[in-house]
Design a protein around this ligand. Structure first.
Ligand SMILES: N[C@@H](CCC(=O)N[C@@H](CS)C(=O)NCC(=O)O)C(=O)O
Length: 202
């Protein structure tokens, strides 16, 4: 199997963390340089028509796009340690927190960055006003999630899961790029620092 990745991009990083947590060793990693638009070449578009990274190419040539789809695929063949939940309650809780983090926190942070940061002008049809409004929304969400994490070590089920990978990688990458100081959110900051100690995050 071959994983198309990119060194600083958060989405493929989630897959790399997932692979490290599982101890999977049979995936070749091919890095593309997003800055040089290597993900927009006709050759890569044959693999990923949406020019997005990551993409997992299976040994039979089939392609899986989308970070979560790739991780779910890998979980089927490497069920331990379980990262998507191993009973109905866990599966629902992990999915719920994954979705909430994605829509309430990651999306506004991502739009805040993509629509206002000069480096993103080559990749995004920027709308500065929309970006600033999304950033405001993200700040409200950060306050909310700072309270949520006041008495929790992990976002779901008192155990490390895919929802933590989503939350921590998104926060590590996107908060700074929105010129927000994570130290203003003590519980979130402690949460990130604890999770980031895991070898898979190094
Ligand atoms: N929904 C996709 C998003 C993938 C994505 O946006 N990847 C970024 C890198 S983190 C990318 O390929 N950006 C290139 C671009 O925006 O042109 C997933 O979860 O895999």
């Amino acid at each position: 199997m071959k994983l198309y990745s990119s060194p600083v991009a958060p989405s493929p990083r989630k897959v790399l963390i997932f692979i490290a947590e599982k101890g999977i060793t049979n995936i070749e990693v091919k890095n593309l340089d997003i800055g040089k638009l290597e993900h927009k070449t006709p050759e890569y578009k044959k693999i990923a028509p949406n020019s997005r990274i990551p993409a997992l190419v299976l040994d039979n040539g089939e392609v899986i796009l989308e970070t979560t789809a790739i991780c779910r695929y890998l979980e089927c063949f490497h069920p331990e340690p379980n990262l998507f939940g191993d009973n109905a309650d866990e599966i629902a809780q992990i999915e719920m927190w994954y979705s909430r983090i994605s829509f309430e926190l990651m999306m506004p942070l991502m739009h805040g960055f993509r629509h206002t940061h000069p480096h993103m002008s080559a990749l995004e049809n920027q709308n500065n006003e929309f970006g600033l409004a999304q950033r405001e929304l993200a700040v409200k969400s950060l306050k909310y999630y700072d309270e949520v994490m006041a008495d929790k070590e992990y976002i779901a089920c008192n155990k490390f899961s895919y929802a933590d990978i989503q939350a921590v990688t998104s926060l590590q990458f996107l908060v700074r790029l929105n010129k927000i100081d994570i130290n203003d959110y003590k519980n979130l900051s402690n949460y990130i620092n604890n999770i980031a100690k895991r070898p898979s995050f190094s």
